[in-house]
Design a protein around this ligand. Sequence first.
Ligand SMILES: Nc1nc2c(ncn2[C@@H]2O[C@H](COP(=O)(O)OP(=O)(O)OP(=O)(O)O)[C@@H](O)[C@H]2O)c(=O)[nH]1
Ligand SMILES: [Mg+2]
Length: 315
Amino acid sequence: MVERVLAGDRLAVSRLISAVEDGAPEAESALRALYRHTGRAHIIGITGPAGSGKSTLTNELVKEYRRRELSVGVIAVDPTSAITGGAILGDRVRMLRAYGDPGVFIRSMATRGRVGGLARATRDVIRVLDASGKDIVVVETVGVGQDEVDIASSALTTLLVNVPGLGDDIQAIKAGILEIADIMVLNKADREGANELLAQLRHNLSFSHPEPGEWRVPIQKTVATTGEGIRELVDTVGKHREHLKSSGELQARLRASLEEELVTLVQEAVGRRVRGRLAGPECNNLLEGVLSRETDPFSAASRLLREVYNGQKSH
Ligand SMILES: Nc1nc2c(ncn2[C@@H]2O[C@H](COP(=O)(O)OP(=O)(O)OP(=O)(O)O)[C@@H](O)[C@H]2O)c(=O)[nH]1
Ligand SMILES: [Mg+2]
């Protein structure tokens, strides 16, 4: 499986992604083996309100990257039903497949029943596509919540899509979400209100004062339905990547997200062991002791941790 994924075999890639999504045990061993072949792709996150044109933009980005002879993987994270955005993307998937282009791989992931682990599953799917040799991986997420922020932490360049005609309150330019944007995209620039939105975005961005040498978030106007502004957008993504590399920010970001990942993995591993131990008979006395106020939860936790840790060392 690993050999075939590394060779870019579509069926193997597709099967491994399914295994990752299902949290299957063989997925982890494959991911371990693939890891040293990752880190080559540029990861682009596209986020913004529903219907802002993210899928249409993604489609245009894919076309432009293909023109530049780069291969592309697309992950569409669809939190809603398969009927809305998913179906629209589905059409585009068929369109690109009909084109018979082996340099493009598109996959949609549903969030149903996996809210907590979505960012993790997305990160692992990105790794599979990266290892399979894709030069660019585009991750489309709908909405402006914590999930999007978490998923965006896997992206190296995050595009935040804004469109004219949405009220201030649902505009993605609000509050915290602004901070995850590396590039502001003003899509549907053909629509009424585009100039007002441009002025508003400029105003909002004027509050951040990047130091000399820091990245200044640019605003790129696009009309995804006609492809207008896409070439410039791809150029801007390239500039951002260069900036990340030359400023050292790339290493800093990768390191920070690795630290987060390790904390999570260790938490999960310790949690599993502690739960396993609590389920066994050895812990009856410990639990009873806390319930009867003989001891307290803090001391019990320290003891559990020690027991679990010693157990691990003796194995
Ligand atoms: N006028 C105009 N319409 C656009 C533009 N870009 C996209 N659209 C239209 O907007 C609608 C939504 O486009 P999608 O690409 O599906 O938007 P999305 O953000 O992926 O939608 P969800 O995934 O459902 O959140 C479609 O009817 C597009 O044709 C644009 O630049 N101008
Ligand atoms: Mg979409």
